[in-house]
Design a protein around this ligand. Structure first.
Ligand code: HMG
Ligand code: MG
Length: 286
């Protein structure tokens, strides 16, 4: 069976958008449950400005509180050196820089231009290389931008190519708004594959329009074998108005199994984690 990895991003991309503060204990319990589900990698934290994303301010405490499984690596978002240093102090196993394909989204999410964001990532990549820490590079708004509309596939390919050359081990293509349809996702992938080989790419689909699973199938046909997902379909991006949750991990795992791919995930534990995630969201609604 061909292996496909689901990279679990629920504790970060899922929870970052929740308005009510979720306690460290609940976050730790979610990560600990996910650690038993069979993932290789879990994005558990985000070392960004607490003024920009208050929910992630407890990332250091979460990383200190989790019970680490030897077979799982725990990742964190790091937009700049300050974030990188905090991630190192928290013993993150891998870090992610995150850029965008459009100026509008870069400005809203990082308060700088695309070129400036790439400049800020350079010292992070250099420090990570010296420390032997793997780095992922996200590219957001790969098909649609809340500020600029439909996105040129060439712009996505260009940023993805730069991140690869800068030393990112993997480029995750963020369909941030969940508005992408298979035809446009395919065209975007066609352009990106001129710059980055499929084995260095991951697909990161939000599911606002209900097309995420179809888009994953398009990406599978293009040779991608890593997909980001959030248990319970948690999430969104606070700087992408209207974006709904990430595609649900349990839905991706079920679809991949139907298609004959091996994920190595325990569906029972996944359901348990999905219930915890849903309870966190319900807690907010009360
Ligand atoms: P800025 O205001 O331009 O930064 O924000 P600054 O350098 O001028 O610093 C302002 C203050 O922030 C200072 O504090 C810094 O120390 C502090 P003060 O002196 O005023 O008290 N600061 C930090 N604090 C903690 N950790 C840090 C850090 N850096 C500066 N790392 C900045 C620039 C990048 C910091 C800000 O824009 C930011 O934090 N943005 C993050 C936004 C974010 O987290 N968005 C969600 C994640 S991305 C996403 O969800 C998309 C993805 O899922 C893929 C997809 O779906 O497309 C990955
Ligand atoms: Mg996202």
């Amino acid at each position: 069976m061909v292996k496909v990895e689901i990279f679990e991003v629920g504790p970060r991309d899922g929870l970052q958008n929740e308005k009510a503060v979720i306690g460290v204990g609940e976050k730790v319990a979610l990560v600990d449950c996910l650690s038993r589900a069979g993932f290789d990698r879990i994005e558990a934290a985000s070392f960004v400005s607490p003024r920009w994303v208050p929910q992630m301010a407890s990332s250091g405490e979460v990383m200190a509180g989790i019970t680490r499984s030897e077979r799982v690596s725990y990742w964190a978002l790091t937009p700049n050196m300050k974030g990188y240093e905090a991630a190192r102090a928290a013993r993150a196993d891998g870090v992610a820089v995150f850029g965008a394909a459009t100026e509008g989204f870069s400005r809203a999410n990082l308060n700088c231009s695309v070129a400036e964001s790439l400049e800020r990532f350079e010292p992070v990549l250099a420090a990570a290389k010296a420390d032997g820490v793997p780095v992922r590079g996200y590219v957001s708004v790969v098909t649609d931008c809340p500020f600029e509309g439909e996105v040129d596939p060439g712009a996505v390919a260009q940023v993805a190519g730069v991140l690869l050359k800068m030393g990112c081990a993997e480029i995750s293509l963020g369909e941030t708004l969940g508005r992408g349809v298979p035809e446009r996702v395919d065209a975007m992938l066609g352009a990106v594959l001129n710059e980055v080989p499929a084995e260095r790419l991951a697909g990161h689909f939000h599911d606002t329009g209900g097309r995420a699973l179809d888009n994953i199938e398009v990406a599978l046909a293009r040779g991608l074998r890593v997909f980001d997902a959030a248990v319970g379909g948690l999430g969104g991006c606070p700087y992408a108005p209207g974006a709904a949750g990430n595609v649900a991990t349990e839905a991706v795992a079920a679809r991949l199994a139907e298609l004959g791919y091996e994920t190595g995930l325990d569906m029972g534990v996944l359901q348990e984690a999905a219930e915890m995630a849903r309870a966190m969201r319900a807690g907010r609604a009360e």
